[in-house]
Structure formats: C-alpha cells, structure tokens
Design a protein around this ligand. Structure first.
Ligand code: AMP
Length: 355
C-alpha cells in the first residue's frame, strides 16, 4: 500500500508525539485525523480533524476508521481492542496490535525480547507477596519491582534493597501484577531508534546516550560514546526485534550498557520516542518523518547524523524560564501545554555539539 499525498493518516493519541507526527505528515501533504479522549491536548491544534472520544467508544472508532486511510498510534497504552476494531473495519493499523500488546505488559515484553535473542536483566513475574519473596530470594536483594502495565517515566516502580520490607513494597503497588527485575549497575543507557517499512526494509539512527533523573528522561546526547562494534550490535538487535514484531513504523529499544560492551535490553516503545527528538535538527530525515513514511508505504529516508547533538527536556517549571533564556540555550520546541505540573514534559531544546 502506497498512500498518495492528500490521503488521511489517523493518529490515536494527542500528546506531543502526536503533535510532532502530525507536523511531519502535514509537511508531506497528508491530512491528519486524531482521535483522543482529551479536550485540550498538544496535537489538537495540529490536525485537520479531531474526534474527542474514549478509546472504547465503538461508534467513534468506526467513524474514525471510515475517515482514515491508515491509522497509527502516538503512545503505547492505546487499548489493543481499539486498534483491533479499526483493523477489523479494513483500515490498516501500523504498528500492528501485537506490537502494542507486547509492549503494554512488561512480562510479555521481556519474554518477547528474550525469544528474539536479546538479553534482559534477570526477572520473575510477581502476582503475590509469596511470588515476590521467592523472586527476591532468586534474584537478590537489589532489584526493582515494576507493575506489568501502565508504568512509564518511572511510575509504578519500587526500588528494593537488602533492608526493604517486601510486604510494604507489594502493598505499595496495590497488588497490581508486577515483575521483579534485578538492578543493573549500568555504565550507560542508550536507545536505538529504528524504522521498518512494510517490505521489511529498515533504517537505524545513531544511538544516543540517555540520562534519566527520577525515572524521567532528562537529556539525550548523540552519538553515545561507544565502540563501533557495540553500536552495530545494538542496531542489529533492534533490527531483530522489529523483524520479529513484523513492525511498520519507528520503534525505540532501550539498553543498559555494562562492562563497556554488554547490552542488556530494558524495554521498547512501539512509537516515536523522546530520546530521538534531536533527529529533527541533527538528521537528514527525522524520526517523525520516517514514521509517517513507513506508515504511508513511502520509501524510508536517510537517518544520517549531520552533527553531534544534545536534547534537553524541559520538565515542569523548566519551561517557565524567560523565553529569551530558553531560546539562547538551543533550538526550542514547546508542546503547547497549559499547566506546567511537576514531572510534566513541556518541551525540549536541541543544541549542536562540537564534533
Ligand atoms: P523503565 O520505566 O523501566 O524504563 O525505567 C526508567 C528508568 O529507571 C530507566 O531508564 C533506568 O534509568 C532505571 N531503571 C529501570 N530498570 C532498571 C534496572 N533493572 N536497573 C537499573 N536501573 C533501572
């Protein structure tokens, strides 16, 4: 399927990723129709049509499907049933519902990553306090308890240590199904952004090094300071994952790097990713454009890095600095969000680094 310019790309979700995807789609001459439950959302201002509806609203999904030539997603927690309803109406959804289903459940995700040949930190599913005690005995005291579903930006996580009260940790997650994962003493976190088209052709971006604070991405610097062989291995592993998922679009795979070269897969996001925002300024073809090209059946664009770059997230009150100050610190993107709540991603800066 190759969509002609003027065709309509549907996006489920209306956050900043949807806003930047819509911008790329409009630049290439597409129409953009967004469905999301929010009234005020970053992408509402950047689309031709906006359906405000819950993802479970069958009537709204059916009308949305009828209005779109292809549908994609801007966040991974879109209910799989919504994606399946659109696909059942005969409208392709890219990436497919299976990729979303796997990414929505940390246990399924780990199993899938391991089956695809990647190495994850030791982990165990945890559905009860007894499971947690057994898992802690097997994995060791330094570990992270993570809810299987709905965790992002460090939410739904509890760090455990030798002195931790397991019962309290288990209650802290309100008994939600979880996994216990060994703590990884990593030297570096990196991510690989890869785009794959409907014929299986792939392009891979130069991996950035990512710095998190309190579980939230603060900055990404590209290229990550790693030997070429490690970079090539990380790219190859992302390719294996994308192939196994029969994936169409951009996905981001996060790794911990240990001992300078071992790659431990953390998680993947079936969508464009915050750690790739520098690609707009620093690459021949950015992640948003390549996602839209893949989804539309267009040839993928060159991901080559034109210069080393750093992306800094503006989180909460960071974005309340005087505009002149923000502008002096890099190329500014703001997401159009009204309230700067703590921990909320409001925008980002990208600057060119000396080679
Ligand atoms: P996640 O939501 O799983 O990506 O976790 C958010 C961040 O917490 C990661 O980017 C790491 O900085 C940290 N983190 C998560 N899992 C582990 C782990 N097993 N060992 C060490 N740090 C971790």
């Amino acid at each position: 399927m190759t969509l002609p310019p003027g065709a309509t790309i549907g996006i489920l979700g209306a956050g900043q990723l949807g806003r930047m995807l819509a911008g790329a789609a409009i630049r290439l001459g597409f129409r953009v129709h967004i469905l999301a439950p929010e009234d005020a959302a970053p992408a509402r201002a950047t689309c031709h049509a906006y359906t405000r509806a819950d993802y479970g609203d069958a009537g709204a999904l059916s009308a949305f499907a009828a209005a779109c030539d292809v549908v994609t997603v801007e966040f991974e927690n879109v209910p799989v049933a919504a994606v399946e309803a659109i696909a059942a109406a005969g409208v392709p959804v890219r990436p497919n519902g299976r990729a979303l289903a796997v990414a929505q459940d940390r246990a399924e995700e780990k199993r899938f990553l391991e089956a695809a040949g990647l190495v994850c930190a030791p982990w165990r599913p945890v559905d009860s306090l007894a499971d947690l005690e057994a898992a802690a005995a097997a994995i060791g005291p330094k570990a992270i308890l993570k809810t299987r579903r709905q965790g992002y930006d460090g939410k739904g996580q509890r760090r455990l240590d030798a002195g931790s009260d397991l019962a309290e940790a288990w209650q802290g997650l309100s008994g939600a199904p979880a996994i216990l994962e060994a703590h990884v003493a990593f030297e570096m976190e990196i991510s690989v952004l890869i785009a794959r088209d409907g014929e299986g052709a792939r392009i891979t971006y130069t991996p950035p090094q990512n710095h998190h604070a309190m579980g939230i991405l603060r900055r990404s610097r590209v290229p990550a300071p790693l030997p070429g062989a490690v970079v090539e291995e990380a790219k190859a592993l992302a390719g294996q994952l994308a192939d196994q998922l029969d994936y169409i679009g951009v996905l981001a795979l996060e790794f911990f790097v240990v001992s300078g070269r071992r790659l431990i897969a953390n998680e993947f996001a079936p969508r464009v990713h915050n750690s790739g925002h520098w690609s707009v300024e620093a690459c021949e073809t950015c992640q948003f454009e390549n996602h839209i090209r893949a989804v539309a059946g267009w040839p993928l664009g060159d991901p080559a890095l034109r210069f080393p770059a750093e992306m800094e997230n503006l989180i909460g009150e960071d974005a309340e600095a005087p505009v002149a100050d923000l502008l002096s610190r890099g190329r500014l993107t703001l997401y159009g969000k009204q309230a700067a709540r703590p921990g909320r991603k409001m925008g980002h800066l990208v600057r060119r680094l000396a080679p």
